[in-house]
Design a binder for this molecule. Structure first.
Ligand SMILES: Cc1cc2nc3c(=O)[nH]c(=O)nc-3n(C[C@H](O)[C@H](O)[C@H](O)COP(=O)(O)OP(=O)(O)OC[C@H]3O[C@@H](n4cnc5c(N)ncnc54)[C@H](O)[C@@H]3O)c2cc1C
Ligand SMILES: *[C@@H]1O[C@H](CO)[C@@H](O)[C@H](O)[C@H]1NC(C)=O
Ligand SMILES: *[C@@H]1O[C@H](CO)[C@@H](O)[C@H](O)[C@H]1NC(C)=O
Ligand SMILES: *[C@@H]1O[C@H](CO)[C@@H](O)[C@H](O)[C@H]1NC(C)=O
Ligand SMILES: *[C@@H]1O[C@H](CO)[C@@H](O)[C@H](O)[C@H]1NC(C)=O
Ligand SMILES: *[C@@H]1O[C@H](CO)[C@@H](O)[C@H](O)[C@H]1NC(C)=O
Length: 538
């Protein structure tokens, strides 16, 4: 825990040094000068500041852009700062305010709408990818993890210390801790242990005044808000302390496909009724896409049943026989592995590799795909009737897009035990499963992008009768600007509620209260940041 104690030696005295008069010649030169003159900077600041003329600027900007829909954006940061410690973040926050620049904070760069590195205003990119220390305390079953680390790195470091500890977060190894924990973070242990944010027990945030605060110093309201209220509204989170969870030394995974000809529709109908009621040690996700079936030589719909069971195959087979015999799960479909082996497996399902790679692949931050994409989300309160599914299949058949997929993730178990207001992530016992829509493409061109966007919007429209309404709930980590955006600058609470209630339901008001208290001038803002309340609204 060495790096933690060193944090507290750098607590700021900036307020004494800088006065906050607005300066006239606001420019990035002044911002950079301000950084260079900032007191108590520990590492050499000139090593971490990149202006647009720097030869490394472009590669640094691009290195964690995950959605290549935004890799040619004309809205680029004036300056990129890649802090090595807290003092450099504090300086960036203070100097950007002083010189009229906004900040976009980027951890893993997986934001669906590119909000961590694109802004239609002059801004500084605070790229946290150098802050990626992970300290696992296996004795106390906790870990401190810095925001710039990836999920893959966290899983790998845990597995190096213990074969019987894990952490319940997402499946994609390159997702950043900073954005993921801020927005919730679910994976295949969600039914047993909830989401990542449910398991956060402390954090270090730097607020708008440049103060470094731990849980005790920030207070329970702000600590509540950062666990699911979305990144970027309250400050810059440097590190998180989490509870690790027990996992058996042997777990079982499977990835079984069924086409329509193999009764996919019937299996999904049954799945909708049982998946949220199963033993909480099992989670069966369904990935749905149109494929060219080799077997039948024609286009069909394929459902992949992707599953983690926290136990051995001997126990799994009878459990599946009893609950979902329609799937016809066979022992040879199953693979027993370690928990880290399961993480490698699920990441491989996502990126299309074999799944037999060594655990070290979890450390690889290089993207395999340069895909462009658009995603959306929904929550389901009642099983979708068979006509509804069949209409969806027709839509997928007709789609003039190559890669469109849906993912159904069942709730139940631990998700039903946690109250809707425990943390800002409010999607709990109201829902039987979560839908993720995704459409990806690689080709260049506005026409191609538009065709894909049109398709996913049509699909979303089609699904309206079958999903939650008032509000039609959505998941902030699958950020979707179609559901509403803030005005540039001041946005009223009422206007922001259009998207805010979808993400947070009854927690949105409390998030706005916390925001009003901790960042009353709305410095930390973007297209979907939490709004400030006016006197009347408070
Ligand atoms: C391929 C892929 C697979 C995914 N799989 C899953 C999954 O299995 N489960 C799941 O729940 N989600 C999943 N996601 C969604 C993912 O959780 C979100 O995109 C998440 O916000 C990404 O975090 P990041 O740090 O990589 O993103 P970034 O783009 O760096 O940040 C996202 C947002 O958080 C803000 N932010 C980032 N870091 C900080 C910080 N330190 N302090 C304050 N604000 C910050 C950013 O400004 C931005 O607004 C997936 C995404 C992709 C692209
Ligand atoms: C680019 O920026 C880095 C970090 O500040 C610095 O070390 C390097 O000298 C700069 N290179 C050029 C060519 O300006
Ligand atoms: C950016 O645009 C250029 C020119 O249109 C194109 O060649 C390049 O492939 C694009 N980059 C990405 C990552 O899409
Ligand atoms: C576990 O926690 C206790 C109490 O906080 C602490 O004294 C001990 O050092 C911790 N163990 C490790 C390995 O850090
Ligand atoms: C599909 O279901 C029918 C009726 O339940 C059954 O007879 C048939 O064997 C199933 N087909 C497959 C490929 O499992
Ligand atoms: C990391 O992944 C990329 C993309 O999949 C691959 O090209 C590269 O070889 C990998 N690097 C290592 C060290 O495995």
């Amino acid at each position: 825990m060495k790096y933690l104690s060193s944090y507290f030696t750098y607590v700021t005295v900036i307020a004494l040094f800088f006065s906050f008069q607005p300066s006239s010649a606001d420019s990035h030169e002044n911002f950079v000068r301000c950084l260079y003159n900032y007191p108590h900077i520990t590492n050499t600041i000139s090593n971490v500041v990149y202006t647009q003329t720097n030869s490394s600027y472009s590669s640094l900007l691009d290195h964690t852009i995950e959605n290549h829909r935004f890799s040619n954006s004309s809205s680029k940061p004036l300056v990129i700062v890649t802090p090595l410690d807290v003092s450099q973040i504090q300086a960036t926050i203070i100097c950007s305010q002083r010189h009229g620049l906004q900040i976009r904070t980027r951890s893993g760069g997986h934001d669906y709408e590119g909000l961590s590195y694109v802004a239609g205003v002059p801004f500084v990119l605070l790229d946290l990818s150098n802050l990626r220390q992970i300290a696992v305390d296996e004795e106390n079953r906790t870990a401190w993890v810095q925001s710039g680390a990836t999920l893959g790195e966290l899983y790998y470091r845990i597995s190096q210390k213990s074969k019987t500890l894990g952490f319940p977060a997402g499946v994609c190894a390159t997702v950043g801790i900073g954005g993921h924990f801020s927005g919730g973070g679910y994976g295949l242990m969600m039914r047993k242990y909830g989401i990542a944010a449910d398991n956060v027990i402390d954090a270090h945030i730097i607020d708008v005044n440049g103060n470094l605060l731990d849980r005790q110093a920030m207070g329970e309201d702000l600590f509540w808000a950062i666990r699911g209220g979305g990144g970027a509204s309250f400050g810059v989170i440097v590190a998180w302390k989490v509870n690790l969870v027990p996992v058996p030394s042997t777990v079982t995974v499977f990835d079984v496909s069924r086409t329509l000809e193999e009764n996919a529709t019937e299996i999904i109908q049954k799945w909708q009724v049982v998946a949220n009621k199963l033993d909480e040690r099992i989670m069966i996700r369904v990935d749905i896409a149109r494929v060219n079936s080799r077997q039948h030589g024609k286009v069909t719909i394929k459902a992949r049943f992707v599953s983690l069971f926290l136990g051995g195959v001997e126990e799994l087979i009878p459990l599946m026989q009893n609950s979902l015999p329609e799937l016809g799960l066979d022992r040879k479909d199953c693979k027993e592995t370690s928990w880290i082996g399961s993480a490698v497996f699920f990441n491989a399902v996502l990126i299309g590799t074999s799944g037999n790679e060594p655990p070290e692949v979890m450390l690889n931050r290089t993207q395999l795909h340069l895909w462009k994409y658009k995603g959306k989300s929904d929550y389901v309160t009642q099983p979708i009737p068979v006509e509804g599914l069949q209409g969806l299949w027709r839509l997928l058949y007709e789609a003039k897009v190559e890669n469109a997929q849906l993912q159904f993730a069942p709730y139940g178990g631990r998700m039903y035990e946690i109250s809707e207001s425990e943390i800002p992530f409010s999607h709990r016992s109201q829902y039987i499963f979560h839908i993720h829509y995704w459409v990806t493409w690689q080709e260049e061109g506005d026409g191609i992008a538009q065709r894909h966007m049109n398709f996913i919007r049509r699909e979303y429209k089609y699904m309206e009768p079958y999903v939650s309404n008032s509000p039609r709930a959505a998941y902030i980590n699958y950020r979707d600007l179609d559901i509403g955006v803030n005005n540039n600058g001041y946005t009223s609470y009422t206007q922001a509620s259009i998207w805010g209630l979808k993400y947070f339901n009854n927690n949105f008001k409390r998030l706005a209260k916390v925001k009003t208290k901790v960042d009353p001038k709305n410095f930390f803002r973007n297209e979907q940041s939490i709004p400030i309340l006016s006197m009347e609204e408070y």
